[in-house]
Design a protein around this ligand. Sequence first.
Ligand code: AMP
Length: 119
Amino acid sequence: MAEQHAEGCLFCGIATGAIPSTRVYEDEKVIGFRDINPGAPTHVLIIPRTHIAGINTPEAEDSAILSALVHAAKQIAQREGIAESGYRLVWNVGPDAGQSVFHLHLHLLGGRKLAWPPG
Ligand code: AMP
């Protein structure tokens, strides 16, 4: 798959390796790396290698990427030892949800009891 990158995009830089990160997972379509400001003992961001701005923008042909993100999350949860204790997958979409980076990313949080509803 040809990878599309957006100029100045932080997570495109992380995907190419131009910007350092602590990678915990990678496959052909997606990578997973530790959040720089973790909200839980395990806090991993899973992103497509190719630039997609957010969950509102994937087209039908991107459905394979969406399933790759979820598949990666399951693998990482296993590796982190939280698949059984539980974890949360979060997509922040737009201003009310506090989305701050406009390259699609799935948050994987776990390793402690998570409150619901979130703040
Ligand atoms: P969101 O608010 O959903 O857009 O999430 C963006 C996330 O990216 C936040 O949890 C940040 O802590 C995280 N973040 C920002 N810069 C970096 C970075 N250089 N490496 C890892 N995580 C980052």
